[in-house]
Design a protein around this ligand. Structure first.
Ligand code: NAD
Length: 252
């Protein structure tokens, strides 16, 4: 398709997983893609994959939790492509597996800095640019842990609920300015990390499959598809929405 022909698109966390799948899909649909991540090696790989498929992309390194780096990132995208039509704020971390009373302050600060401050900083600079040019679309990656609780991940769940709260609020603030802002909420997605965990502990696969009524894990591409739809004109009356892409996990 040509849904994003000529559009300038920024994807964070695009060195891997969901972000990489989305960057490839945006490029396949005609977008000029700014691939951003802290991980330069993976980010350059994503750019190479896009180039191989005949698409246009550039890698811009940035840590989304660092104010100056996020400002420089948005400036670099605009310097390169002239504007910013769509942003997929997808960078995030998930490093805790402890109930709340056992969780520690360092973990709290780290998760909140990347997942909450990162999305806030990205939106702040992206919205400023979109106001200048008269509109745009933003999708933030939350999680099912932004909709319901996630035992052993209290901080992560708090961070993703915060993403949902900022998404709804910014959508209300900037709807009249032509900026649509939504969140995508993945269930458990098959990633290299998840594959390794399952190889170590095969019983986990059954358990993870069971929590999704669809009976399997999700694929990064299935989340990318939802993010692209929310960014596209097909979703022109959708804003402030939390789209669960979770195989029915939050339906039961
Ligand atoms: P992933 O680890 O494959 O990709 C995340 C990317 O974000 C990595 O390339 C990483 O380098 C990058 N990143 C981490 N910290 C960063 C920072 N400070 N600045 C810039 N980039 C940074 O994981 P994924 O599964 O593709 O995760 C993408 C998003 O989806 C995350 O927000 C995650 O919380 C969310 N999510 C994932 C799942 C799942 O099951 N995989 C479920 C729900 C939500």
């Amino acid at each position: 398709g040509n849904t994003f022909a000529g559009k300038s698109v920024l994807v964070t966390g695009a060195a891997s997983g969901i972000g990489r799948a989305a960057a490839l899909s945006f490029a396949a649909q005609g977008a000029r893609v700014a691939v951003s991540d802290v991980d330069t090696t993976g980010g350059e790989q994503t750019v190479a994959m896009i180039a191989e498929a005949g698409g246009e992309a550039v890698f811009i390194q940035a840590d989304v939790s660092q104010s100056a780096q996020v400002q420089a990132l948005v400036e670099a995208v605009v310097a390169r492509f002239g504007r910013l039509d769509c942003a997929f704020n997808n960078a995030g971390i998930e490093i805790e597996h402890k109930p709340l009373a056992e969780s520690d302050e360092q973990t709290f600060d780290r998760i909140m800095n990347v997942n909450v401050k990162g999305v806030w900083l990205c939106m702040k600079h992206e919205i400023a640019q979109m106001l200048k040019q008269g509109g745009g679309t933003i999708v933030n990656t939350a999680s099912v842990a932004g909709l319901v609780g996630a035992p052993t991940q209290p901080i992560y769940a708090g961070s993703k609920h915060a993403v949902v709260g900022m998404t709804k609020t910014a959508a209300a603030e900037y709807g009249r300015a032509g900026i649509r802002i939504n969140a995508v909420c993945p269930g458990v997605i098959r990633t290299p990390m998840m594959d390794q965990a399952i190889q170590r502990e095969p019983r986990r696969q059954k358990m993870i499959e069971k929590i999704h009524p669809i009976g399997r894990l999700g694929e990064a591409q299935e989340i990318a598809n939802a993010a692209l739809w929310l960014c596209s004109d097909s979703a022109s009356f959708v804003t402030g929405h939390q789209l669960a892409v979770d195989g029915g996990l939050t339906a039961i």
